[in-house]
Design a binder for this molecule. Structure first.
Ligand SMILES: Nc1ncnc2c1ncn2[C@@H]1O[C@H](COP(=O)(O)OP(=O)(O)OP(=O)(O)O)[C@@H](O)[C@H]1O
Length: 323
């Protein structure tokens, strides 16, 4: 668990001497084993908050507790070894191979070579890069999406209990982003790291965040599950930021298979259980069907997803008008 208590970052304007608060009186608890998305408009203090957690930026007031321990009592380098950090410009070492890049921290910590080599192969496979094919390549030989995967593998190699991620998928085209988000969700499902992820992408926050912390001008506007924010926004700011199609957007992050119910889908249009529910809705509207049959990996019908089921998630007017 990471706890921010009344955290503040003040900058004083060198000309006027006027204080400016990039982050002000921010108190949040990031639960262990969960992804919390730090969301908000440009300049609201997301990156400043993230970088205060690993002390790349020093707070001007407030406290940061890691599992109850005051981050200020730890040397920054000790702290950073416990905290993985993934940024958009991944900063891979160009003269090192992919495997050497991933092994950076274990090597630095003097871990046995053979053990590290095995771990590197395992991690590359985990992020979807076949070790035999990629381990010896240089970063310049990889696509942006592949480099991003190496960045995630490198952060995981140190096996930190905590990971900070700043727009980790931001530089990718939509298809590559979607794939890496999926891979990452799978990885996190097994590893259960405590992750704080900065994003300005509402869909990404709703899709990947177990919790969402929405910031506004350096302060916390709302903290809760994606569902809390979408269904129970606590202010006009939250409602407007998420947009009036927020419920519909949420469908994009849910798989059809998870909303389907048991039923006889014979004769209905079919969609894969892996398809997102928003796309399943598009199929219903296009085919003028009140429901679709959901199929499993074996191609057999495993359930039925109806328009009515989706209405439990979003109002009918939104579903019909905007899908
Ligand atoms: N070194 C600095 N000196 C003065 N002001 C700063 C400094 N660093 C950041 N700021 C200001 O603090 C505010 C918060 O910046 P921050 O980078 O945390 O925002 P952000 O929410 O991550 O934005 P974005 O989504 O655009 O990256 C901004 O108004 C920024 O201009």
């Amino acid at each position: 668990m990471i706890e921010l208590q009344h955290l503040e970052k003040r900058y004083d304007d060198p000309l006027t001497g006027q204080p400016f608060y990039a982050v002000k009186d921010l108190s949040i608890v990031f639960p262990s084993g969960e992804i919390t998305a730090l969301l908000g408009p440009s300049g609201c203090g997301k990156t400043t908050t993230l970088r205060m957690i690993n002390r790349l930026i020093e707070p001007t007031a407030g406290k940061i507790l890691l599992e109850g321990q005051d981050a200020m009592s730890l040397k920054p380098e000790v702290l950073r070894r416990r905290i993985g950090y993934v940024i958009q410009q991944i900063g891979l070492f160009p003269h090192l191979s992919v495997a050497q890049n991933v092994a950076t921290v274990p090597d630095l910590l003097g871990q046995p070579k053979a053990q590290t080599a095995a771990k590197v192969r395992e991690l590359l496979a985990l992020v979807g890069l076949e070790p035999g094919q990629f381990a010896d390549k240089r970063p310049s030989e990889l696509s942006g999406g592949q480099q991003q995967r190496v960045g995630v593998a490198r952060a995981l190699a140190a096996d930190p209990p905590v990971m900070l991620m700043d727009e980790p998928f931001g530089a990718l085209d939509p298809l590559a982003r979607d794939k890496l988000q999926e891979a990452f969700r799978e990885i996190q499902h097994n590893l259960k790291k405590t992750i704080v992820m900065v994003t300005h992408d509402i869909d990404e926050a709703l899709k990947l965040g177990d919790k969402v912390a929405l910031l506004n001008t350096g302060s916390l506007a709302q903290f809760g599950t994606p569902d809390d924010l979408v269904r129970r926004p606590n202010s006009d700011f939250v409602r407007q930021f998420l947009g009036d199609d927020a419920l519909l957007r949420q469908l994009a992050g849910v798989r059809a298979g998870t909303l389907a119910r048991a039923g006889d889908g014979t004769g209905l249009p079919q969609v894969s259980a892996q398809l997102d529910a928003r796309s399943a809705l598009s199929v219903m509207l296009r085919e003028r069907a009140e429901a679709v049959a959901v199929t499993g990996e074996d191609g057999q019908i495993s359930g039925v997803l109806s328009f009515h089921d989706l209405e439990q998630t979003a109002p009918r007017a939104q579903l019909s008008e905007r899908a």
